[in-house]
Design a protein around this ligand. Structure first.
Ligand code: PMP
Length: 460
């Protein structure tokens, strides 16, 4: 597209540095400026309509233009637009939301620390685990084990937990306190003929060998997304979580479930921990907690962790950690209203029901010559495109086809995420079966175009 001088597009190019963007490409092509949204749709400044197949960044559960969230924010802005939660101060919405989260989350998780973002929440997880083990007189027990393909954020600590090259190349990450183990993706990493259960056994054995090699007295925690999102919508092999949890318990290693994408209904259960039978010591939530109408994340911890860190804060005089906006009254008020909407409208049950329809519709593409694997649970799914179905060979270079798909989909009124050559879906939880059908039609039309482009030798 041509970028007109002094247009919004030209000013974006001139002044704004974009996350997750090839900046030189952005200078050439300019932005798509999204102007407004309604339900599962967003509209750009050229008047084009898109189905938001990724709910923004996996997050707008209740859809766009939800007036109840606007009103909840406005009410709270008028009453108390800001206050902090440092040094014994509190505010009503943050208290109510903390109580609500303690009630909603799996048994045993009862104490809540608020942050602005998922990355800050995972940095908080690392600091809590360190503070906890210092409190218990185990200053050596500080390492984290995470997985290749995992995503936990981009700050120095959370970006070290993340197991994706794109976040680490050029940034001198990860820091050495993190050890990464094999990605639990059967399609790519199982050996020929290995069952899901056997693959899970092998991964649990690898985890145990890693803990033993490092020394269990040096390993604080294991962190994972129950179902991996940004790494490609990767569903773990059957029995994986029960097996890795047993290993962690044997070596007194904390289990941290990062439900920043999974939490609040995405898999058709309130939390993915229920779906996979995980009993974490810490749970991380964000995104769908406010449908991203406000920035907010939280770490919910067990009573054992809370008691140890509370004692330590008394010994040291204070718990020296917290953000200006921890427990922000407007963000937490919007969170409360958003969770009320999710409950009143039965959106978790909707994710299960409409999610089953989405999974069935996508699995119908499994025989397509370009499709290597279709995977997902509830309202999160991915279709992995491959150069060769039989050998599972990737395209060369990986990601070229995915990026072309991502761009082409816009022409068909569809926003998806391309993760290398996997096409990810994560629509708002309010989506209906008829809207899923419309989304799949747009996906199918894009796939036809991509197939023709590949057949033509992938011209520039
Ligand atoms: N954890 C997970 C599982 C995520 O998906 C994300 C964001 N996609 C984060 C952490 C980081 O959240 P944020 O972008 O708010 O820092």
């Amino acid at each position: 597209m041509t970028v007109l001088p002094n247009s919004l597009h030209a000013r974006d190019i001139a002044y704004q540095i974009h996350p997750y963007t090839n900046m030189r490409r952005h200078e050439r092509n300019g932005p798509i400026v999204i102007e407004r949204g309604s339900g599962i749709h967003v509209y750009d400044d050229q008047g084009r309509e898109y189905i938001e197949g990724l709910a923004g960044l996996w997050s707008v559960a209740v859809g766009f233009g939800e007036s109840r969230l606007v009103e909840a924010a406005a009410r709270q802005m008028a009453k108390l637009p800001y206050y902090h939660t440092f040094t014994h101060k509190s505010n009503e919405p943050s208290i109510e939301l903390a109580e609500k989260l303690a009630t909603m989350t799996p048994d045993g998780l009862d104490h809540v620390f608020f942050t602005n973002s998922g990355s800050e929440a995972n940095d908080t997880v690392v600091k809590l685990a360190w503070y906890y083990n210092n409190a218990l007189g185990r200053p050596e027990k500080k390492k984290f084990i995470a997985r290749n393909g995992g995503y936990h954020g981009i700050t120095i600590a959370s970006g070290s937990l993340t197991g994706l090259q794109v976040n680490q190349r050029g940034f001198d990450l990860p820091l050495p306190f993190v050890k990464h183990v094999t990605c639990p993706h059967h399609y790519r990493f199982a050996e020929a003929g290995e069952s899901e259960e056997a693959f899970a056994d092998r991964l649990a054995a690898e985890l145990e060998a890693t803990i033993l090699a490092e020394g269990p007295e040096t390993v604080a925690a294991f962190i994972g997304e129950p179902l991996m999102g940004a790494g490609g919508v990767l569903v773990p092999p059957r029995t994986y979580w029960e097996k890795v949890q047993a290993v962690c318990r044997r070596h007194d290693v904390l289990v941290v479930a990062d439900e920043v994408i999974n939490g609040f209904g995405r898999l058709g259960t309130l939390f993915a921990c229920e779906h996979f039978g995980i009993q974490p010591d810490m749970l991380v939530v964000s995104k769908q907690i406010t449908s991203s109408y406000q920035p907010l994340a939280a770490v919910v911890v067990s009573d054992a962790i809370y008691q140890a860190i509370a004692d330590q804060s008394e010994r040291l005089g204070t718990f020296g950690h917290g953000f200006t906006a921890s427990g922000h009254p407007v963000a937490t008020a919007v969170g409360l209203e958003n969770l009320a909407i999710i409950e009143e409208r039965g959106l978790v049950a909707n994710a299960a029901k409409v999610g089953a329809h989405l999974q069935a519709r996508l699995r119908a593409f499994a025989d397509h010559p370009l499709v290597g694997e279709v995977r997902g649970v509830g309202l999160i799914a991915a279709v992995e495109l491959v150069a060769d179905k039989a050998s599972k060979a990737k395209f060369d270079p990986p990601g070229k086809v995915g990026f072309r798909f991502f761009e082409k989909a816009h022409e068909h009124g569809l926003i998806i995420r391309a993760i290398q050559d996997s096409i990810a879906f994560c629509p708002p939880l309010i989506i209906t079966e008829a809207q899923v059908d419309e989304m799949i039609d747009r996906f199918a039309r894009t796939l036809e175009d991509i197939q023709a482009w590949i057949a033509a030798g992938m011209p520039a």
